[in-house]
Ligand binder design. Structure first.
Ligand code: OKV
Ligand code: MN
Length: 244
């Protein structure tokens, strides 16, 4: 039976090669028969421009392109970490870029896809950061710097953010239910698939007086998490340990 696979929040980086290995084996073993693979953001821990070509970025592009060439269409939605990934890298890796709110048809069922960071509206510090770094002007200014300068600025921003996050409460870091309802209502969607919060779970809710589901994918810190959606409308939120 045809199926579609969803993942997010792998946070790939050179210092965690076991997650990259798990991803490569996942592409081969869990995605080969899928007609579509959706990556809902934070594939990479950091992204400072498509002109950076690290061994990790090259390997991932190669593996994704191989999957695409074997018949699986791959879609990418930006996360809060890899929001600067652009068409250049998407082309190199055979991925189609999606807008930050995308309604797709899953074998006839309309489903809203979002990374999920924009739903965490109570984290006002992050919302301000998001607004700033997502403007075309600030992105152009950042990309106009040399790669070495960008690496330094990005590293400092990550260090600052880590220090700030350790003092934020769990509630602040989760989605605002009212924002979920508002976005799902706006898109008239009975299903939302998201990542970002690293709290994998299928939530029941009511949208426009109809039963609805919010499916939250898990991150790849300790287990690889994915959602499999079958042609017959069944779906499963699955996880497997990452072997060290
Ligand atoms: C990604 C996050 C660092 C959170 C900077 C303009 C500006 C882009 C950038 C630099 C940082 C992405 C691209 C990174 C996400 C952080 C710290 C917190 C909470 C500018 C456009 F402002 F300098 F002009 N950046 N990098 N954070 O290191 O990948 O998501 S990053
Ligand atoms: Mn995220």
């Amino acid at each position: 039976m045809s199926c579609t696979v969803f993942i997010s929040d792998l946070h790939l980086e050179e210092t965690r090669p076991e997650i990259t290995d798990a991803f490569i084996s996942f592409l081969e073993h869990k995605c080969h028969n899928a007609d579509r693979l959706y990556i809902l953001g934070d594939l990479f821990e950091a992204w400072i421009g498509d002109d950076e070509h690290t061994p990790l970025q090259n390997t991932i592009a190669e593996q994704l392109l191989a999957l695409k060439n074997s018949g699986t269409t791959i879609y990418f939605q930006h996360g809060n970490r890899d929001f600067l990934l652009q068409q250049d890298y998407a082309t190199r890796s055979g991925m189609e870029l999606l807008p930050e709110e995308a309604v797709i048809s899953l074998y006839g069922t309309p489903v809203l896809l979002m990374h999920g960071d924009s739903l965490c509206t109570r984290d006002t510090g992050y919302m301000h950061f998001r607004k700033t770094v997502r403007t075309p002007v600030s992105q152009a200014a950042f990309l106009a710097r040399s790669l070495d300068e960008r690496k330094l600025v990005a590293k400092q921003m990550r260090q600052l953010s880590q220090a700030q996050n350790s003092s934020k409460s769990n509630e602040i870091m989760d989605v605002t239910e009212a924002e979920v309802e508002s976005v799902m209502t706006h898109h008239q969607a009975q299903y939302l698939i998201q990542g970002h919060t690293h709290r994998p779970k299928i939530h029941d809710l009511t949208i426009l007086s109809q039963p609805a589901k919010r499916i939250v994918l898990g991150d790849w810190e300790n287990s690889l998490w994915y959602l499999r959606w079958l042609e017959n409308g069944e779906y499963q939120l699955l996880h497997e340990p990452i072997k060290l």
